[in-house]
Design a protein around this ligand. Structure first.
Ligand SMILES: *[C@@H]1O[C@H](CO)[C@@H](O)[C@H](O)[C@H]1NC(C)=O
Ligand SMILES: *[C@@H]1O[C@H](CO)[C@@H](O)[C@H](O)[C@H]1NC(C)=O
Ligand SMILES: *[C@@H]1O[C@H](CO)[C@@H](O)[C@H](O)[C@H]1NC(C)=O
Ligand SMILES: *[C@@H]1O[C@H](CO)[C@@H](O)[C@H](O)[C@H]1NC(C)=O
Ligand SMILES: *[C@@H]1O[C@H](CO)[C@@H](O)[C@H](O)[C@H]1NC(C)=O
Ligand SMILES: *[C@@H]1O[C@H](CO)[C@@H](O)[C@H](O)[C@H]1NC(C)=O
Ligand SMILES: *[C@@H]1O[C@H](CO)[C@@H](O)[C@H](O)[C@H]1NC(C)=O
Ligand SMILES: *[C@@H]1O[C@H](CO)[C@@H](O)[C@H](O)[C@H]1NC(C)=O
Ligand SMILES: *[C@@H]1O[C@H](CO)[C@@H](O)[C@H](O)[C@H]1NC(C)=O
Ligand SMILES: *[C@@H]1O[C@H](CO)[C@@H](O)[C@H](O)[C@H]1NC(C)=O
Ligand SMILES: *[C@@H]1O[C@H](CO)[C@@H](O)[C@H](O)[C@H]1NC(C)=O
Ligand SMILES: *[C@@H]1O[C@H](CO)[C@@H](O)[C@H](O)[C@H]1NC(C)=O
Length: 750
């Protein structure tokens, strides 16, 4: 009863003004031009979307059906009966809206919301200016491409404009500065280039400005400091340069400032200490210098302060503990020095604290964190302080999810760990911990990532210690003194398994073939003997990196089956492997790096690897390769090869001059973005939090008699070594075309 009564006034006003025929037919045309269905929902995982919105849009069926003002998503003006608001957000719609769309005939619209569909506007039709009464326009999360048309400049009544999460290009049009009523402007997550328009100084009503995730350049205009209504300013993930304008300190309403992932320089202005309402400051990944201003300690509303990955120096302000609402504090990857202020122990709301990779020094009583009951993440790795562990406090420590104490000069496992049950992530790498991994480690059953690399650990009280960690995804035990056997892990969950540089011996257990999700398998630099398990040819995991170098393995290399080879990196060098190279390597189309040097491979030059379009590094040094290298069959062979080492074999005949012509990657030297060969990945920690991992490819080459170890390989390094073979004849001219070549060694041939 009550609901009928509630609806009466609206129904009455709408029956007074039935919808206008021309608008009704325009709406029906819109319905016809768009497809609707669950397959077109924007959000697939969270909320499935409302894909029956247009069902009520029917031409005549009685009075209700005929009155478009009662249709879902449609609202008419009470007096004129004109369609004034159209809200088809998250309605799983697909189709195109262009110059011929009847939408552009709904000229009385004030409110148009089409967010989160798959509607393409390619480009936004210039006739959008027909909708000159719009005050709210939300086309976010669709398929908008091209530039914003200049005719949009006619929509001067807009107070809310959201074009975020699209594919818009070009510059941000300066006419937006004429929309003086604009209070919310969202242009984030597009591909806009160029500067922030200076006309924006007009936008005095602006309270939210999101320009993040574009490719904007130039400086942050200091007039932003005069837009005193601003409460959220997101400019993160652009290419902005210059300093943070100190005028921003005037924004007394500002609650969120995100300038992260830009190229900002200079100091953090102390005026930010005047942002009395600010709750989040994010300046991470810039090039900010100088000290953390003391003025920040007055920001009593501050909940999150992210200053990581800058070049900040000086101490952490000693009064930091007065930021009593602080929940997240990340000062990692800077050059901060001095002690960790004891006032941090007052931050009773703190959940996340990351101070890693700084030069912090002095004594650090770990007990100072014991009162922080909400603390879940504590990362202190790679500093210079002396960690003091108070055994008396160990039971009162907060139960952490993530703990990083890498390079903290530890000589033993901290006692308080014994009372931790929840850790998902534990990094104790680069310490001086010796002896066995304690039995109580087996209670860490939720562990997802354990890093004990670079210690002096010898093994496990029982080798099953990790077996009931049924969520373990990443185990790093590199560079210890582990002795056999190979640490057993839950075979179904392990993704990243590192035990290289230990003293493991015996044969490699065929259990590795049952690691059904393993992506990185690093058993290098041990004393394994015997053969490589043949079951690898049946491997069904998405293995990317497989490293067995510097062991004592013999026998043949197993065939890898078509469809199962996802390897990008194979390093079997420095063993005693014999037989031919398995022809099935041809199936590994992702392969970038193949090093089988220093073995006893009996084969001819593997020209068939030429079909691997991603292969960049091929090292077959010191094997038993024989016969001539034939000229390539196709000019597409080895298109990306840049490091080739065939030295110390018994190859004969003329140098293959055409290969030198086809190795295109060596002809140009792109040094613009120096990075290294390797793999990177994310270890999932909790719901949406990932921990990044990476693996650098490494190699050893011999240049002018010098053994050169490359722990990392610059992505633009190019190198050819054909020395110490029995090649004859002239050095081909074509080698001169390899302009990008760094090193060439043809010595010791005939
Ligand atoms: C314009 O949109 C209509 C209906 O949505 C579509 O049928 C037509 O192909 C589109 N025209 C262009 C040029 O994209
Ligand atoms: C713009 O609106 C007028 C009605 O005011 C209409 O006649 C015209 O067709 C519309 N233009 C487009 C491109 O739909
Ligand atoms: C929109 O603005 C342009 C100039 O930018 C003008 O030529 C055009 O007449 C305007 N259109 C409407 C519908 O107001
Ligand atoms: C900004 O704040 C400074 C003081 O920091 C003040 O002198 C100036 O008048 C303010 N400017 C505006 C536009 O409010
Ligand atoms: C700030 O930007 C970073 C990306 O650089 C993003 O991860 C973070 O969620 C943003 N935070 C807020 C509150 O906008
Ligand atoms: C903060 O604002 C006051 C005036 O409101 C001004 O005197 C002071 O200089 C400002 N502080 C900073 C650090 O800019
Ligand atoms: C632990 O003992 C140290 C001195 O050895 C003392 O300073 C500290 O307050 C004690 N902590 C607790 C929680 O009892
Ligand atoms: C760690 O152990 C190594 C080798 O035993 C030693 O050289 C180094 O000084 C030790 N470091 C610390 C901080 O104890
Ligand atoms: C895990 O295994 C160890 C020994 O293998 C055992 O002591 C411990 O109770 C087990 N934990 C759980 C939760 O099953
Ligand atoms: C591979 O699997 C097949 C069938 O599952 C089996 O017959 C064969 O022996 C396996 N090969 C190796 C080398 O384990
Ligand atoms: C283990 O920690 C070291 C030092 O923090 C890091 O370099 C390495 O990548 C980590 N291993 C994994 C698998 O994340
Ligand atoms: C390579 O040359 C050396 C001497 O120049 C000779 O002794 C050797 O037999 C040759 N090997 C082959 C495979 O031709």
């Amino acid at each position: 009863m009550s609901s009928v009564l509630l609806h009466l006034p609206i129904a009455a006003s709408q029956s007074l003004h039935k919808c206008h025929e021309e608008e009704k037919s325009a709406l029906l045309e819109i319905k016809r031009s768009l497809k609707e269905g669950p397959e077109y929902c924007y959000y697939k995982f969270f909320s499935p979307g409302d894909y029956k919105k247009l069902e009520s849009w029917k031409p005549e069926e009685g009075q209700e059906g005929g009155n478009c003002c009662t249709w879902r998503g449609v609202q008419c003006d009470r007096h004129s009966g004109h369609v004034m608001r159209l809200n088809l957000g998250n309605a799983c719609l697909y189709g195109s809206i262009n110059s011929s769309s009847s939408l552009l005939r709904l000229v009385h619209l004030e409110n148009l919301e089409l967010t989160a569909n798959k509607i393409s506007f390619s480009p936004i039709p210039p006739e959008i200016s027909n909708l000159s009464r719009l005050t709210v326009l939300d086309l976010s999360k669709n398929v908008l491409t091209g530039e914003i048309p200049s005719s949009l400049g006619n929509l001067t009544r807009l107070s809310y404009l959201d074009l975020s999460f699209n594919y818009l290009t070009g510059q941000i049009p300066s006419f937006l500065g004429n929309f003086y009523k604009l209070s919310q402007l969202y242009l984030d997550n597009n591909q806009f280039t160029g500067p922030i328009p200076s006309s924006f100084w007009n936008l005095t009503q602006l309270s939210r400005l999101y320009l993040s995730q574009n490719q904007l350049t130039g400086q942050i205009p200091s007039f932003f400091g005069t837009l005193t209504q601003l409460s959220e300013l997101r400019l993160n993930d652009n290419r902005l340069t210059g300093q943070i304008p100190s005028l921003l300190g005037n924004l007394s309403q500002l609650s969120l400032l995100n300038l992260s992932h830009n190229q900002l320089t200079g100091q953090i202005p102390s005026s930010l200490g005047n942002l009395t309402r600010i709750s989040t400051i994010n300046l991470w990944h810039n090039q900010l210098t100088g000290e953390i201003p003391d003025s920040l300690i007055t920001l009593r509303q501050l909940k999150s302060l992210y200053l990581c990955s800058n070049k900040l120096t000086g101490p952490i302000p000693s009064q930091l503990g007065s930021l009593i609402h602080l929940e997240n504090l990340d000062l990692s990857w800077n050059g901060l020095h001095g002690p960790v202020p004891t006032s941090i122990s007052h931050l009773s709301n703190l959940m996340y604290l990351d101070l890693c990779v700084n030069n912090l020094n002095g004594d650090l009583h770990l007990g100072m964190f014991s009162g922080l009951k909400r603390l879940k993440t504590l990362v202190l790795s790679f500093n210079d302080f002396s960690l003091l562990l108070e055994p008396n406090a160990s039971e009162s420590y907060p139960l952490l999810w993530a703990l990083g104490l890498a390079s903290c000069k530890l000589h033993e496992f901290p006692e308080f760990l014994r009372h931790q049950h929840d850790p998902l992530f534990l990094d104790l790498s680069y310490n001086n911990i010796s002896g066995q991994i304690p039995v109580w480690f087996s209670s860490f059953v939720y562990m997802r990532s354990l890093n004990l690399s670079h210690n002096y650990l010898t093994g496990f009280p029982q080798h099953l210690v990790f077996l009931n960690w049924t969520q373990l995804g990443s185990l790093d035990l590199r560079s210890n003194q582990l002795q056999k056997p190979l640490p057993a892990v839950p075979l179904a969950t392990i993704q990243f398994y590192f035990v290289s540089n230990n003293r493991l011996s015996g044969t490699i257990s065929s259990m590795i073939c049952n690691m059904s999700n393993v992506q990185v398998l690093d058993l290098a630099k041990n004393n394994f003997s015997g053969v490589i398990p043949q079951c690898l040819s049946n491997l069904s995991s998405p293995l990317m990196v497989f490293s067995l170098h510097n062991n004592n393995l013999h026998g043949g290399i197993p065939q890898l089956h078509k469809g199962t080879c996802s390897l990008r990196m194979i390093d079997f060098s420095n063993n005693r492997l014999g037989g031919p190279l398995p022809r099935s390597l041809e199936n590994c189309v992702e392969l970038e790096f193949l090093n089988v040097g220093n073995n006893m491979i009996q084969d001819i030059f593997p020209s068939w690897l030429g079909s691997l379009a991603n292969l960049k590094v091929l090292i077959l040094r010191s094997n038993r390769l024989h016969g001539p290298i034939m000229e390539p069959k196709s000019n597409l062979d080895f298109p990306n090869l840049q490091i080739v080492d065939l030295s110390c074999n018994t190859l004969v005949g003329f140098l293959p001059s055409n290969y030198f012509l086809y190795w295109k990657a060596m002809r140009f030297l792109n040094t613009s973005r120096p990075s290294y060969f390797g793999e990177s990945w994310n270890v999932p920690l909790f719901s949406f939090v990932y921990y990044p991992g990476y693996y650098d490819y490494s190699m050893t080459i011999i240049n002018k008699g010098m053994v050169m170890e490359y722990a990392k390989i610059l992505e633009y390094l190019t190198f050819i070594d054909l020395s110490s073979n029995n090649f004859t004849g002239e050095i081909p001219n074509s080698i001169g075309s390899l302009k990008g070549l760094h090193l060439l060694n043809l010595s010791h041939n005939v």
